[in-house]
Design a protein around this ligand. Structure first.
Ligand code: NDP
Length: 473
């Protein structure tokens, strides 16, 4: 009998099943569209002997050795509910349903409760790393009961990415915690990608660099503090030639970015928790603005194109590249500080006790935001899980002190010439606000009292609600 069942043979499910089979597990597989199951088995090569194709969910439940773990890897939302509901009808006490898709953590919380009432453990497991990660080693963020996780932990440890021999799979908390952590991972991914895109915009439009030149710079940066998968693939993308035209491929790609929702969810949760994630918010907004292509074309005609040429304002080419690298690093520190602060707030609000050091550790390999930088974050949170903000602890404080000047110069020069820096500008604004002891909220409080009698606190009478002698009062 099979060790595990897997429902959904799309991009992720098919690769996860092959990964499990390769690690020696026998996997019973099912897909709504049967032809996909047949094609999957036909293309599985020698791994097919460890794969049991099933035509129905009943067949799948019968093919797995009890107590049965069954992974559901289908489109998030209603599809998960429908497949889980049918499956549950064939499962018994002690079986485990594992939703490994990108679920909204609110749905996971609900499902955990619903299935607990039916005697079935439900794990919400975030899986990151795309197609390649699923096939050869993803980062795995699990949420659920420790006893349930203990029963499938070995399988996930075996298929997960390894960082210096350590598995990038872990139980991060109860119920929806795994999917929440995955959501914030994706939010940070949006922020990283948008800041890289803005630096690319400055290089391309502000400094007139060709894709091949930019590829070299990103390649060099991949040996420094920015070393990461996203910087590596940026270099590869910029160095790729279009086989049809012979020119740089990036130049013929339509400039509208897609999104599936996890970035937006991370911003919604950040707002709900009152933990500002301005860089992630800007990155999500930038994708939405990018999709409004027609309006942007019309507005460029209406207002005229910005000059965009930054010229020598950032110094010679070498100096400019150093300034851009430092600006990206400063922005990255702000973005990660925001993402980790949102997780800390969620941990407190939902009583999850999220191990942020472990979260950073399992993001060091396998996932899309994997980077050298996360190793420092992991050590920081392992040393003290209760830090207030990543920006306020070493080595990040020192890095920010050394680089925020470059972020400021980049944002200033880009803004003067009309090169959009939505995410980098948000990182700078966040940093400047965060270190302003006397903010301008005194005026906001006065306005709120003026129009709504909301009251304010006087500096000379702390703890008391005061009102102004407004003329409309
Ligand atoms: P695909 O689009 O490749 O496959 C979708 C799968 O869902 C197919 O097996 C499809 O079956 C099934 N499905 C869709 N609707 C239903 C339904 N109503 N009932 C039953 N089955 C249904 O998706 P991915 O593999 O890319 O994604 C799967 C999950 O993993 C999603 O939650 C996604 O967000 C998440 N994810 C994706 C990543 C990626 O890089 N692609 C990375 C990390 C997570 P059928 O063949 O019959 O249509």
């Amino acid at each position: 009998m099979a060790d595990i069942g897997l429902v959904g043979l799309g991009v992720m499910g098919a690769n996860l099943a092959l990964n499990m089979a390769e690690k020696g597990y026998s996997v019973a597989v099912f897909n709504r569209t049967t032809e996909k199951t047949d094609a999957f088995i036909a293309n599985a090569g020698s791994l097919a002997e460890r794969l049991t194709p099933c035509k129905t969910l009943t067949e799948l439940a019968e093919a797995v050795e009890p107590p049965r773990p069954v992974v559901i890897m289908v489109k998030a939302g209603e599809a998960v509910d429908s497949q889980a509901d049918i499956l549950a009808g064939h499962l018994a006490q002690g079986d485990i349903l594992i939703d490994a898709g990108n679920a909204n953590f609110h749905d996971t919380r609900r499902r955990v409760k619903e299935f607990a009432d039916r005697g079935i453990d439900f794990l919400g497991v975030g899986v990151s790393g795309g197609e390649e990660g699923a096939r050869h080693g993803p980062s795995v963020m699990a949420g659920g009961k420790p006893e349930a996780w203990a029963r499938v932990e070995k399988i996930f440890n075996d298929i997960a990415a390894k960082f210096e021999g350590e598995s990038c799979a872990a139980l991060v908390g109860p119920e929806g915690a795994g999917h929440f952590v995955k959501t914030i991972h994706n939010g940070i991914e949006y922020a990283d990608m948008q800041m890289i895109a803005e630096i690319y915009g400055i290089m391309r439009d502000g400094l007139g660099m060709a894709p091949a030149e930019m590829a070299e710079v990103f390649d060099q940066w991949n040996n420094g503090p920015l070393k990461s998968y996203l910087i590596e693939i940026t270099a590869a993308v910029l160095g790729t030639t279009d086989p049809k035209t012979g020119g740089p491929l990036v130049d013929i790609i339509l400039d509208t970015a897609g999104q599936k929702g996890t970035g937006r969810w991370s911003v919604i949760e950040a707002q709900d928790l009152g933990s500002p994630a301005t860089v992630i918010e800007a990155a999500v907004a930038a994708r939405s603005l990018s999709s409004q292509k027609e309006q942007r074309v019309a507005d460029e005609a209406l207002f005229g194109a910005a000059p965009r040429k930054i010229g020598p304002a950032l110094g010679d080419r070498n100096s400019a590249m150093i300034i851009l690298e430092e600006a990206m690093l400063a922005g990255k520190i702000a973005a990660y500080a925001q993402g980790f602060a949102v997780m800390a707030k969620a941990s407190e609000s939902f009583g999850w006790d999220l191990p942020l050091g472990t979260v950073a550790k399992i993001w060091r390999a396998g996932c899309i935001i994997r980077s050298a930088f996360l190793d420092d974050i992991a050590s920081t949170y392992e040393a003290d899980g209760a830090i207030r903000s990543l920006m306020t602890v070493e080595p990040f404080t020192g890095m920010l002190k050394a680089t925020h000047g470059s972020l400021r110069r980049v944002c200033a020069e880009a803004s003067l010439k009309g090169v959009p820096v939505l995410a980098l500008g948000s990182a700078l604004g966040y940093f400047d606000f965060a270190r302003t002891a006397r903010s301008t909220a005194d005026l906001t409080q006065a306005q709120r009292d003026f129009f709504g009698a909301h009251g304010f606190e006087r500096l000379d009478e702390p703890g008391k609600v005061a009102h102004g002698p407004w003329s409309n009062a």
